[in-house]
Design a protein around this ligand. Structure first.
Ligand SMILES: Cc1cc2nc3c(=O)[nH]c(=O)nc-3n(C[C@H](O)[C@H](O)[C@H](O)COP(=O)(O)O)c2cc1C
Length: 191
């Protein structure tokens, strides 16, 4: 079964990202076409990038990197749930991404974002990052306004009109994650 990790892209106290990610998980779980897990960056408390060799060379020195690499390697595709901080994604998500390379390659990724402009600017930056990571970023994204989908900017109350976008995004992530499986096998065979 295809495995999709839903990454909570905020570790902030009082984060709203966990509510958003749990909503996505609730819509994903039980679809039957893939297994879905939540991946909480709080469970992988990485320091600022402290690997002496760039991740693309695959020579991880630190135990925390190896643990994070093993976690990400176990998935075929991802949904990144990202806040918008200063018109980009969160530092903690970018840092966690930068720790690894091969573990992201030839996998699909979809985005769910939130912010005053729906977090759209954060996703535009993540799409550039996905290209460098050899990830297939799907077209459909889920854009959640802090003004209309949250009460007092803190309690997530998504309107039902968001659901079709989640379904389409998940359809695309599962389809591309599955289709890219032969490329992932070739890559691991050649390492
Ligand atoms: C450092 C920082 C910068 C922010 N910059 C933006 C921004 O550029 N655009 C925006 O729409 N919201 C911005 N916000 C508001 C966040 O989108 C909002 O606080 C959201 O709840 C953050 O997600 P989180 O609670 O899951 O961490 C910013 C928040 C923080 C903490």
């Amino acid at each position: 079964m295809t495995r999709i990790g839903i990454i909570i892209g905020s570790t902030r106290p009082n984060r709203v990202g966990e509510q958003v990610a749990r909503w996505v998980y609730g819509l994903a779980d039980g679809r039957g076409d893939a297994d879905f897990d939540l991946i909480d960056l709080r469970d992988y408390p990485l320091p600022h990038l402290d690997e002496p060799i760039p991740a693309s060379l695959g020579q991880y020195q630190n135990e925390h990197t190896r643990e994070w690499a093993a976690k990400i390697a176990a998935y075929d595709g991802f949904v990144m749930v990202t806040p918008e901080y200063n018109h980009s994604t969160s530092g903690v998500l970018k840092n966690a991404i930068d720790f690894l390379y091969a573990e992201w390659n030839n996998k699909a990724v979809g985005f769910v974002s939130y912010g005053s402009a729906g977090g759209a600017r954060a996703v535009e930056h993540l799409r550039l990052v996905a290209g460098e990571l050899q990830m297939a970023d799907v077209r459909q994204q889920v854009v959640l306004s802090l003004l209309t989908e949250f009460e007092n900017f803190s309690v997530f109350k998504p309107n039902d009109y968001n659901r079709p976008a989640v379904t389409t995004m998940l359809d695309q992530v599962v389809a591309w994650s599955t289709a890219l499986a032969p490329l992932r096998q070739e890559t691991s065979a050649s390492v």
